[in-house]
Design a protein around this ligand. Sequence first.
Ligand code: 86X
Length: 526
Amino acid sequence: MSCQCIIHCVFSHLFFLILSISLLFPRLGIEVKKEENLSEWYSQVITKSEMIEYYDVSGCYVLRPWAYSIWEVIQQFFDGEIKKLGVENCYFPMFVSQSALEKEASHIEDFAPEVAWVTHSGKTELAEPIAIRPTSETVMYPTFAKWVQSHRDLPIKLNQWCNVVRWEFKHPQPFLRTREFLWQEGHTAHATEKDAADEVLQILDIYARVYEEFLAVPVVKGKKTEKEKFAGGQYTTTVEAFVSASGRAIQAATSHHLGNNFAKMFEIMFEDPLCPKQKLYAFQNSWGLTTRSIGVLTMIHGDNQGLVLPPRVAKIQVVIIPCGVTASLPENERVALLAKCHEYQKRLVCRGVRASDDFRDNYSPGWKFNHWELKGVPIRVEVGPRDIRRQEFVAVRRDTGEKVVCREDEMEALVIDLLANIQHNLYNRAKKDLQDHMVIADTMEVFQKELDSGKIVQVPFCGEVSCEDWIKKTTARDEEVDTGAPAMGAKGLCIPFEPLRQLAPGAICISGKEPAKFYTLFGRSY
Ligand code: 86X
C-alpha cells in the first residue's frame, strides 16, 4: 500500500468514526456564540431549552410547557392587576364576518394582506368567506353597541386571553414574529375622555411591571409617533425593550386610546345625562401584550450556555442534583444522599420555592448540569456524600456561574435570598446595557454613527410622518459593517415620557428643517 493510500484509509476511517459518534451522541450544548450568529444561537436556545418545537406550517410553532409556564406566570400577574381595575374576562368568537371586518375600512386597508380567510368546509365553498381574527375590534364592538344605551351602561371593561392570526410574509421567528400568537386584548368603553385616558396609562404601567418585575427587562415608556401609532385610534402608548446583541429595539406591549373613532363606526352611543335627546359617543381604549414577551426575555438574558430565566418566571427555580454516586459508594450512603436531596427539595417547596430534584440514574451529574443550565434554571444545588458529612451543599447561580457554599441549616433563607438577588442582578445588568446603548444625537452624522454601532438614539424631532419616512430612508444602509447584511432604516420607537434631556428652546428637528417638538427615540427594530 502506498503512503498516500494509508493516509487516505486512516482519514476515511476517522471520518466514519466521528460520523457515527456524532449520530450516537447528538450535540447537547449551544454550538454557536450569541455574539457570532444571533439567529442561529436563538434557534438553538429555544429548541434545546425545550421551549419550542418546530411545526410543519410556516410561522407556527409548538409552545412546550417550559415556555407556556412563563406565559402562565405573566397571565396570573396581569390578570390579577386588571381585575383590580374592574376589568372582566370574556371570550368572543375567533371568526369575523366580512361585513363586520370591513366596517373598519380606513385602517384595515394596510392590514388586509395579513387577514386569513376560511373559504371552505370540506370541499364545499362557503356562501360568505369568514375571516379569522387578527385582533378583535370588529368582533367585539358591534356587541358593545348593543349593550350601551345609557351612561349607566358604562364603563364596559373587558379582556380576553386568546390566539390571533396575522398571515405575515416577513421572515418568521418563534415568539418574535409568528403567524398565530397568544395574547390578551383589553377593550374598554367609557363615558368620558378623562376616564379612558387615565386607564391607558394605568395599563401601560402594568405592562412595564410585567417586563421589569417579572421578565427583568427594562423598558422605555412613551407615546408612538403619528407614523407608528395604531391608525384607527387617537394615540398609542408603548413600552419598548432593547436587544443589545442585535442593536435592535422591540415593541414590548401597547395601550391605545381610540377616542370616539370606533364608537362612531360601530355606533356605540348613549344619551347625554346632562342634555337628554343628545347622543354622545363612548370613548374607547384597547391594549395588548403577546407571547413575544418570551422571545424578548430569551434574547436579552440568554447566554452562550443557553437560556437564562429570571427566577420569578422560571417553572423550576432550583434544581437539586445528587453528586458522587459511584459504584463504590456504600448503599446506605447512597440512600442517605438521595434522602437529603429530597429533604432539601421538600423544605424549599414548603417555603414556596419551585424546587425539583433530578434523581435520574441514566444521566451523569455533568450531563444534568449542562441540561439544566441550557434550560436556564436560576439555581443548581449540588449535594455529594462529603457535603452531607459537613452539613453543607453547593449552590451555583445561573446568571454569574458563581458557586456558593452553604450551611444546611440556613438553606431556605439562603436560597430565597439568592433567587431575589439573581432576579435583581438580571434586571440591573439589562438596565445598564440599555443605558449604555441609548444615547442622544443632535445631528444626522452622530445619529447615523450611533445607529451603526448598535445603539438606539433620542433625537429632536418635528413629529411629521413625511420626516419620519425620510429618516428611515436616509438611515438605511446597503451593507451592515460586520455581518454584510443590509441594515434597515431607523423607525420612530416612541416619544419617551422621560427623555434623556429636555428639548432646548428653539431646537430644530434632526432633519434640519422644521422646529423640533420633542426628543423621539429612534432605532432599528424587530
Ligand atoms: C392593530 C390594535 C390593538 C387590541 C392592539 O394593539 C392591542 C389589542 N388591538 C391592533 N392591528 C390591527 O388592527 C390589525 C388589523 C388587521 Cl385586519 C390585521 F390583519 C392586522 C392587524 N394588526 C394590528
